[in-house]
Design a protein around this ligand. Sequence first.
Ligand SMILES: Cc1cc2nc3c(=O)[nH]c(=O)nc-3n(C[C@H](O)[C@H](O)[C@H](O)COP(=O)(O)OP(=O)(O)OC[C@H]3O[C@@H](n4cnc5c(N)ncnc54)[C@H](O)[C@@H]3O)c2cc1C
Length: 364
Amino acid sequence: MGDGRAPSRTLVRVQELHDAPLAPLTTFRLGGPAARLRTATTDDEVVAAVREADASGTPLLIVGGGSNLVIADEGFPGTALRIATRGFELTGTRLELAAGENWSDAVARTVDAGLAGVECLAGIPGSAGATPIQNVGAYGQEVSSTVTEVVAYDRHTGRTVTLPNAECGFAYRHSRFKADPSRYVVLRVRFQLEDAGGLSAPLKYAETARVLGVEPGDRVPAQTARETVLKLRAGKGMVLDPEDHDTWSAGSFFTNPVLDEAEFEAFTARVAERLGRDVAAPAFPAGEGRTKTSAAWLIDRAGFTKGYGTGPARISTKHTLALTNRGDATTADLLALAREVRDGVREAFGVTLVNEPVTVGCAL
Ligand SMILES: Cc1cc2nc3c(=O)[nH]c(=O)nc-3n(C[C@H](O)[C@H](O)[C@H](O)COP(=O)(O)OP(=O)(O)OC[C@H]3O[C@@H](n4cnc5c(N)ncnc54)[C@H](O)[C@@H]3O)c2cc1C
C-alpha cells in the first residue's frame, strides 16, 4: 500500500461473526462477546473494515493477540476487528512486519538471520502491530530503539500515513498511538536491525548479564541472549503456556511508577516509616530529575506476595506483577483484585499504580 494515498476502495470481503466471544481471543480468557467480530487478512481489508465502522458510527476495537486487553464481562457493543495480516520482509538489516505477524516468531527469525536489536524482546506475546502501541520493552530493550517507521491508517483523515520514529511519541510503555487510541490503526512496522556478526546488541539488563556471566554492555551471541531471556521469562510465567494459569494474564498488570523529585522524597519517607531506615526501594534514573521505582517491589512490600488471593483471580505464583485468571474468573473478579492491590499499595506507600493493559468497557 503506497504511503499518503488513500487505499483502494475496491470491494473487499472481511470475515464476520455476530455475538462472537472475545474471551478466547485474549490471554486473560476474560470478557463478554462482541456484537460483531471481523477478521482482516490484508491491509485493504483492515482499512475497509475500519472505514465501514467509522462511516456508520459503530464503536471499533482493534484486536491483535489480545495479550494486553481487559474486556468487560458485558462484552463490546460494536465491531471488534481482528488483525490477521501477514508479512515478514527482511532486506539486509531492514525489517518490515505486517501488523498481524506474531511478534515473538518474528524476533526468532531475525535472530536466526544473525541480526541484533530485538533479541531481548523474545517471548513477548501478541502481534507486531501492537508493539509500537505501548512501546513494548523487556530485559533492557524497547522497540522504540529499532523502529524506524510505523505505517498506519489515520481515521481522522482517512489516509494511510508513514510516521517516522521521532513522530511516534515513544516513552516508557507509551506512544502517540496509546495516547490517541481512536486515531491510528497500525498496518506495518519497520525496523532497523544491526549486523554484529551474530552477536547481540550490548546487554543493558543486569540480570541477563549476570546469568550469562558477562558485564552489562557486553555482547553475547544473539541466539544465546534470546534463549536466556526466554528461560528467565518462563521462570516468571511470562511466556504463554495454555497449561499454566500463571500465564493467563496480560504480563505486568501495572507499570513501574515514575516519580518526580517531591514525590520520590515523600515515597522514600513512607518506605523508611513502614519498613525501616535501612530499607531502600529500587530506584532508577528516569530523566528530567525523575525516578522510576518497581511496581513488583511495591506490591510485594505492601503484603501482596506471589500467589496472593483466594478467589478465581489471583497474583501469579511466579511474579507479583502479574494478575492471573485461575480458570473460572470473570473480569469483575480480576478488577476487584487489581483495585485491592492498587489501593493497598497506595495506603502503604502513597503511590498510585496505573494499569498497563488496555481496559475495554471497564476501568480500575
Ligand atoms: C505473559 C505475558 C507477558 C508479557 N510481557 C510483556 C513484556 O515483557 N513487555 C511488554 O511491553 N509487554 C508485555 N506483555 C503485554 C503484551 O504482550 C504487549 O503489550 C503486546 O504488544 C500486546 O500485543 P497484542 O497484539 O496482544 O495487543 P492486544 O492485546 O490485542 O491490543 C492491545 C492494545 O493495542 C491495540 N492494538 C493492537 N493492535 C493494533 C494495531 N494494529 N493498530 C492499532 N492498535 C492496535 C488494541 O486496540 C489495544 O488497545 C505481556 C503479556 C503477557 C500475556
